[in-house]
Design a protein around this ligand. Structure first.
Ligand code: 3PG
Length: 212
């Protein structure tokens, strides 16, 4: 199964900001036990690389990747740490080409038809739609997706337990990204039981949706 098939199987990819790599292990445990065995660890903090290393080593079955990747050099560092995929906020051709050349699964952020066309031209069929709710949400994906039929989307930004069902129900969507079940304040406070509960609730939504 390729990485994007696993994205689709898991359904919701938790987007995580880790300030301290010591939180990686308990977070990984909460994600695994809660039923979303995936993490997009954003390269926004100094702890990101080490956190990916810890998660990849301790949880080899987890789909661990790097988010907020802006440069080829960051993509290489993430992969060296054990990242199995790279996500970026926007479409940077140099970054995408570098990832494709090095067989690094990459999912760049897009928002406009032009950016999506550029992604298609680079050979991609799966893109992130970011920031999803601010950029027009599912309505926008449906409108642009009707023209760009080869593309499928991972909406991220503003997704929550309140709107994720509608996104998951649309065949244009291969998975959703979001941080609502792994918010920074819960991580900082060490509330890993609460995180596990929210992860389990999110996993239950995916299961319910897939059963339809
Ligand atoms: C982010 O930028 O952190 C991700 O897009 C997640 O967005 P969210 O916090 O709205 O889920």
């Amino acid at each position: 199964m390729d990485v994007f098939e696993r994205f689709e199987e898991i359904g919701i990819i938790p987007v995580v900001v880790l300030e301290d790599a010591k939180d990686a292990l308990p977070l990984g445990k909460a994600l695994m036990e809660g039923g979303l065995p995936a993490a997009e660890v954003t390269f926004r903090t100094a702890a990101a690389e080490e956190s990916i290393r810890i998660l990849a080593k301790e949880y080899p079955d987890m789909l661990v990747g790097a988010g907020t990747v802006l440069t080829p050099e960051q993509a290489d560092r993430a992969v060296a740490a054990g990242a199995k995929f790279v996500v970026s906020p926007g479409l940077d051709k140099k970054l995408v080409k570098h990832c494709l050349k090095n067989n690094i699964p990459v999912c760049p952020g897009t928002q406009t038809a032009s950016e999506m066309m550029a992604a298609l031209k680079l050979g991609l069929t799966k893109v992130k739609f970011f920031p999803a709710e601010n950029a027009g949400g599912l309505k926008m994906i449906k409108a642009i997706g009707a023209a760009l039929t080869a593309l499928r989307f991972m909406p991220t930004g503003g997704i929550s337990e309140n709107n994720v069902r509608e996104y998951l129900a649309d065949p244009k969507i291969f998975c959703c990204g979001g941080s609502w079940m792994v918010k920074g304040d819960m991580i900082r406070a060490g509330n890993f039981d609460e995180i596990k509960e929210k992860v389990a609730a999110a996993a239950a939504i995916v299961k319910e949706q897939r059963a339809k």
